[in-house]
Design a protein around this ligand. Structure first.
Ligand SMILES: Cc1cc2nc3c(=O)[nH]c(=O)nc-3n(C[C@H](O)[C@H](O)[C@H](O)COP(=O)(O)O)c2cc1C
Length: 201
């Protein structure tokens, strides 16, 4: 196997991802966990947008969104997704591909309940990715829901987390003269061990 030392060392790609993310938290000005999440629609047309990758678990990456949004529909329909996180301050990226599924409702509840009340009301008020007549319409809806939902709004059913369970993770770091380092970890399924290849830049 190719030699992996320094920032690429380790036998667990999730631990490695956490390590890189922790480094990025110290150097990025904002949102070190911001990931470009790629999906395809039912016609095979790609789509991409940024989401916050809130959890690097022992066997997956978790983010939160509106289940009825464009991305929600595309994720449910395709059953798989990819994302990339690029840290300009570190000159590194992580790429991930794999099946995607909703996380357990209790885990979504726990995350939702830890958010500020205004964010929780916002999740109720937003019919994400559908046309909105005006900003005033949204503000009025937030005010109405702030009255009716009270101090502890529960998680709406249309909002929650997804987990990508990778079959492929690539760690990339900038090298001099574009001779970058790339290590691709692949496995056949979520229970299998990883194969690691160094790739040409
Ligand atoms: C820095 C940043 C972080 C974001 N985080 C999230 C997020 O965690 N969840 C989310 O649903 N949208 C997030 N968004 C908004 C999405 O990029 C997108 O506009 C929205 O989810 C609608 O996407 P869709 O129409 O493809 O479903 C974020 C945007 C930015 C720029």
């Amino acid at each position: 196997m190719t030699e992996r030392t320094g920032i690429f060392a380790g036998d667990d790609p999730f631990a490695l991802s956490r390590r890189w993310l922790e480094e990025a938290e110290k150097s990025e000005p904002n949102d070190p966990d911001a990931a470009a999440l790629a999906t395809v629609d039912r016609n095979g047309m790609p789509n991409v947008r940024v989401v916050l990758m809130r959890g690097v678990e022992d066997n997956g990456f978790v983010f939160y969104t509106n289940y009825t949004s464009a991305k929600g529909q595309e994720l449910e329909q395709a059953g798989s997704a990819a994302f990339v996180i690029h840290w300009k301050s570190l000159r590194r990226q992580i790429r991930v591909r794999g099946p995607v599924a909703r996380i357990d409702p209790s885990q979504s509840d726990a995350y939702f309940n830890a958010r500020p009340v205004q964010s929780r009301v916002g999740a109720w008020a937003s019919r994400q990715s559908t046309p909105l007549q005006s900003r005033e319409t949204l503000i009025a809806e937030v005010e109405r829901l702030t009255e009716t939902l009270g101090d502890a709004p529960p998680r709406p059913e249309h909002w929650g987390g997804y987990r990508i369970t990778p079959l492929e993770i690539e760690f990339w770091a900038d090298g001099e003269f574009r001779l970058h380092d790339r290590f691709r970890w692949t496995r056949a399924d979520r229970m299998s061990g990883w194969t690691i290849d160094r790739l040409f830049p």
